[in-house]
Design a protein around this ligand. Sequence first.
Ligand SMILES: [Zn+2]
Length: 77
Amino acid sequence: MNKHCHSCSMPISGPFAGEARGDYCQHCVDETGKLRPREAVRQGIAMWLSSWSPGVTEEQCLDRAKHFMNAMPAWAE
Ligand SMILES: [Zn+2]
């Protein structure tokens, strides 16, 4: 089974994986391997969402990113 980033769910093992940093992908941690701040990760997820959701506003994407993150082990409340 492929591993996914605990922060953004991007695959971190398998043929389409990016470079992993432990349980996280390289987008979700800084150069020291520490998880990025919640807002920084949220911005990244919102941009990713908007790239395949034409017509959806930035505000809506940020809102969706927030819900998305609440389902992730790294950010669950
Ligand atoms: Zn990630």
